[in-house]
Design a protein around this ligand. Structure first.
Ligand code: FES
Length: 100
């Protein structure tokens, strides 16, 4: 989940004011490029406005605060390792080709 909330008062911190939509796009692009089975959801305020952009693993997972687009690849590398996604993908690559 990526918060793209913009608070009405411009003097209050918000994720959108810190380009969280650009971050969401960078995450979506990287997830697609890697072929990961992860859904990226743009969402409303998660109450961490002063530390955003706010990203949270769902359901009920850890927050990742202040992530930048430049850090997305490292973030996804860690996530793949943590969730064992590369292992799952390699299992698929170990399957025999169709028709064999
Ligand atoms: S505006 Fe993003 S956590 Fe509040």
């Amino acid at each position: 989940m990526v918060c793209i909330n913009r608070r009405l008062r411009s003097d209050l911190a918000s994720c959108a004011a810190r380009d969280s939509e650009g971050l969401a796009q960078a995450i979506e692009d990287a997830v697609h490029a890697r072929g990961l089975d992860i859904r990226v959801e743009r969402t409303v305020c998660m109450g961490r406005c002063n530390f955003g952009p706010t990203v949270r693993l769902a359901p009920g997972g850890a927050f990742r605060l202040g992530l930048t687009p430049e850090e997305v690849d490292t973030f996804l590398d860690d996530l793949e390792r943590e969730l064992g996604l590369k292992k799952e993908r390699s299992k698929i690559n170990d399957l025999p080709p169709p028709g064999s």
